[in-house]
Design a protein around this ligand. Structure first.
Ligand SMILES: Nc1nc2c(c(=O)[nH]1)N[C@H]1C(S)=C(S)[C@@H](COP(=O)(O)OP(=O)(O)OC[C@H]3O[C@@H](n4cnc5c(=O)[nH]c(N)nc54)[C@H](O)[C@@H]3O)O[C@H]1N2
Ligand SMILES: Nc1nc2c(c(=O)[nH]1)N[C@H]1C(S)=C(S)[C@@H](COP(=O)(O)OP(=O)(O)OC[C@H]3O[C@@H](n4cnc5c(=O)[nH]c(N)nc54)[C@H](O)[C@@H]3O)O[C@H]1N2
Ligand code: SF4
Ligand SMILES: [Mo]
Length: 747
């Protein structure tokens, strides 16, 4: 591999950048500068509360930022009217101000240059950086066509760059939230019910009588509304059943904990389906009325008995039967939770299908305490010319694979960026915004090859995350507390709109993404797609169209609208599901026609060799992936991750509590840093657990650097789901190194 792009540490530039800003002291107290930036006339509301919605994760809770009369952000609290948070933010949302006040923030645009034979960044003005990008994008358009520009995005900023790319003539827009996250679940549910459970999930947890969590660790997975509703349901006596090789926080609140052997969930799900059908405990009236393929399903699961599943899952047959009965007793007020991060073992769509089928058998879809119908407000689109039609798009990067991928697959867009003899449609330029691909995509080799081959790599971020070190141009976005953004119009039990406006002016030379996209667009001759001076104009226009105004939204932060459709199925209506036949698909003809199993079958997955343990990972309540790893408020709550090890295994290895160890995986890859051992009965002997998002090796992240280990670097085996392209990441095994391996930690 040639190294056209050497990894550059942004930190070496720190001081110069500060000199360009309004003064370093600002970050200490989080005070706002009063300079007039060129991004329009943002009227600031000092000495009051300012409407916002949180960007620390994608639940997007609506809240208020309290700003003191001298322009300091004092605190952020939840908006009482918001059904997604009910006035309460999670620890990360409360600590969100740490993103704004982080002294390690990106402060000014940077351009890669070679100085004395060495690659480095130089600080640049916005004009220089934007001109550089526009020139390169024009070259790419002329030489290869506009389709050869791609965008990787996650979070609010993605929308503006998607608009920019669509206007430019490219549809190559991908996010890790599909092929590294919820893709299998969405695909499995769409194939079964004709639609997915979206975000926030339409699970009626508040009113459920039985909630089954299969590897979904609500409570550590801190999606606010769900956590609150789960605790409400528990208070009301709901039965919680948690299937997890680890005694998660949710498992500790459950009536049943099923410590399953990892990778065998499909066997348990099939056995549950078997019990419901053969013990005649499924919801007969519902199935007769709304489902299709029951006869085939019954035949299909004939031999999937609890006794069969016991040998695979290690869950006792009686426990399988009892838990199936609990679900049946609660039906239809029961939820087999679809989960969210579902890219585990490569047969994840089929596992999600089994979860969907169980929900169908119990009649939960469209019933109180099961799955409700969401309703949202449709915000009209600001007038713009039609987008040009690209000559090819991300669908072409699939090359006939993953026929049920409804969203772009990051993996194939990365692959399309690696040139090869005779390869057509090669991607030549990337914009990466709001995603730290180095930590979120497990395909390291492909990612590196692709990044080395590009003609242009632009990274838009707020922090000097690992991905920034590979960019030609780094653009510093201001944080969510310093900008206007799109209206939050997520659908829920009741339609709501939420406003985000700047609590303070952008610090340093940072700018909002809407401004950055517009500036690039104008330089590319696409000004008619950005027909406004300030994003406020767009918001005002949209709000006026739906009977509100910026003034009103600034005052209330969140507006509720009346629901127009039913929340649940009306039994007197002729209800149709959004599948081709209008019925729930137990036996999927769509899958069959594409050459896949029409109903989920159990297939076994590799198990760890002697001395190795399955590496499983998850979330901690006080962090979001890697994006909070440097947030001083949250680092104070949880400075590093630890590796959970069963006492039997610790004894076998002679490992002590709090000892630091290195992890080595099945391919010989050793963790960059060491990790503290947590010895606990709460994990099966055959697995170890770490929280994702730690072990940063980029020194400019002064707080996050070297703290804990990074699961992604140990995920060198990926099992790709043939149905939609999800990267199954839980087929990796690690062993312990108790002395420091002879290896320099990468700086
Ligand atoms: N090994 C492993 N891989 C995983 C996962 C895992 O658990 N383990 N989880 C998977 C899942 S579920 C998901 S959803 C993905 C998430 O993947 P990512 O979305 O890539 O997650 P983060 O690591 O949080 O990266 C977010 C980036 O956005 C930047 N950022 C934060 N705020 C802003 C902003 O306002 N503007 C801009 N422009 N940038 C901002 C942060 O500094 C950071 O660089 O990762 C997936 N990959
Ligand atoms: N605090 C916090 N909350 C978050 C996030 C965050 O970064 N921080 N990220 C959000 C995002 S984008 C997502 S996608 C979700 C992800 O959250 P979820 O969808 O809830 O969960 P996962 O990360 O897939 O699952 C982690 C759990 O699966 C268990 N597990 C591992 N292997 C197996 C197995 O083979 N079988 C079973 N049954 N269980 C297994 C682990 O022990 C762990 O408890 O969280 C969201 N909420
Ligand atoms: S759940 Fe927490 S981090 Fe996520 S949006 Fe809500 S307050 Fe922010
Ligand atoms: Mo996710």
């Amino acid at each position: 591999m040639h190294t056209r792009r050497k990894f550059i540490k942004i930190g070496s530039l720190g001081l110069g950048a500060a000199a360009l800003t309004t003064g370093l002291a600002n970050w200490v107290v989080g005070s706002a500068s009063s300079k007039n930036s060129s991004n329009g006339s943002q009227s600031l509301a000092y000495g009051k509360k300012v409407a916002t919605y949180c960007e620390v994760c994608f639940w997007k809770c609506a809240g208020w930022a309290y700003v003191t009369p001298n322009g300091q952000i004092q605190k952020i609290i939840g908006n009482d009217d918001d059904p997604q948070c009910n006035g309460r933010l999670c620890p990360r949302g409360t600590g969100g101000v740490g993103m704004f006040s982080d002294p390690d923030r990106l402060k000014t645009p940077l351009i890669r240059v070679t100085k004395d034979g060495e690659q480095t960044y130089r600080e640049a003005t916005w004009d220089e950086a934007l001109n550089f990008i526009a020139t390169k994008m024009k070259e790419i358009r002329e030489k290869h066509g506009p389709e050869s520009m791609a965008l990787f995005n996650h979070g609010s900023s993605g929308k503006y760059f998607t608009h920019l790319l669509n206007a430019f003539g490219s549809n190559n827009v991908a996010a890790p939230s599909f092929a590294q996250c919820r893709g299998p679940r969405d695909t499995g549910f769409e194939l079964t019910f004709g639609e997915s459970v979206s975000s926030p999930e339409v699970t009626d947890i508040r009113d459920t009588r039985c909630l089954v969590l299969i590897g979904s660790h609500i409570g550590e997975n801190m999606h606010n509304g769900q956590v609150q509703e789960m605790s409400e349901a528990i208070d009301k006596g709901a039965v919680i059943i948690t299937v997890d090789p680890r005694l998660s926080t949710a498992a500790s609140k459950s009536k049943y904990w099923l410590p399953i052997k990892p990778s065998t969930d499909l066997a348990l799900l099939l056995a549950w389906i078997h019990v419901l059908i053969y013990d005649q405990r499924y919801n007969k009236a519902y199935v007769e009325k709304y489902a299709e393929g029951f006869k085939e399903l019954k035949e299909h699961v004939k031999d999937y008995t609890p006794e069969w599943a016991y040998g695979i899952t290690t869950i006792k047959p009686e426990l399988i039967r009892n838990t199936a009965r609990e679900m049946a007793n609660a039906a239809p007020s029961v939820i087999i939770h679809p989960g969210r991060h579902t890219t585990w073992y490569g047969d994840d769509v089929q596992r999600s299908r089994a979860i969907a089928i169980l929900n169908g058998l119990l009649g939960s879809w469209g019933n109180r305490g099961g799955i409700y119908f969401k309703e949202g407000i449709k915000v009209p689109e600001f007038p713009r010319p039609d987008y040009p039609k690209p000559a090819w798009s991300w669908q072409d990067t699939l090359n006939g694979r993953y026929p049920f991928a409804k969203e772009a697959v990051t993996n194939t867009v990365i692959e399309a960026s690696i040139p090869a003899e005779g390869k057509k449609n090669v991607i030549k330029g990337w914009i990466v915004s709001g995603t730290n691909l180095i930590v979120s995509i497990p395909l390291k080799e492909e990612l590196m090859k692709a990044m080395q081959s590009l003609d242009l790599l632009v990274v838009v971020d707020t922090m000097p995350m690992e991905i920034t070190g590979y960019a030609d141009v780094v653009l510093p976005e201001c944080t969510y507390l310093e900008r206007y953004d799109d209206l939050r119009a997520t659908a829920h039990r009741e339609p709501t709109l939420a406003l985000r406006m700047p609590a303070v002016e952008p610090m340093y030379e940072t700018k909002p993404a809407w401004w950055i996209a517009k500036q690039i667009g104008e330089r590319l001759g696409l000004g008619s797609f950005f027909n406004y001076k300030d994003f406020k104009e767009v918001l005002e226009w949209q709000l006026n169209k739906i009977g509100s105004s910026l003034n009103e939204m600034e005052r209330i932060g969140l507006k509720k609208f009346e629901r127009k459709t039913a929340l649940y199925i009306d039994p007197n209506d002729d209800f149709k599901f959004k599948t081709p036949s209008g019925k729930i698909q137990f036996n999927s003809k769509e899958l069959q026609e594409a050459g896949f199993d029409a109903m989920p079958k159990y297939t076994s997955h590799p198990q760890p060799e002697d001395g190795f343990y399955r590496l499983i990972y998850g979330r901690a309540p006080m962090h979001t992936f890697s994006r909070t790893a440097n947030n001083r408020n949250l680092v104070a709550l949880m400075p590093e991750n630890s590796v959970w090890v069963n006492p039997q295994i610790a004894e076998l290895w002679g490992i002590k509590k709090d000892q630091y160890v290195w992890l080595k995986n099945q391919d010989g890859v050793v963790s960059n840093f060491s990790v503290k051992v947590r010895i606990t009965e709460r994990i099966r002997w055959d697995s170890v657990y770490i929280v994702h998002g730690f072990g940063h090796h980029h020194k400019p992240l002064t707080y996050a650097f070297g703290r804990g280990v990074n699961d992604t670097e140990l995920v060198t085996h990926v099992a790709t789901d043939p149905i939609m392209g999800g990267t199954g990441m839980r087929g990796n095994f690690v062993t312990f190194l108790t002395t420091q391996p002879k290896k320099e930690a990468k700086g």
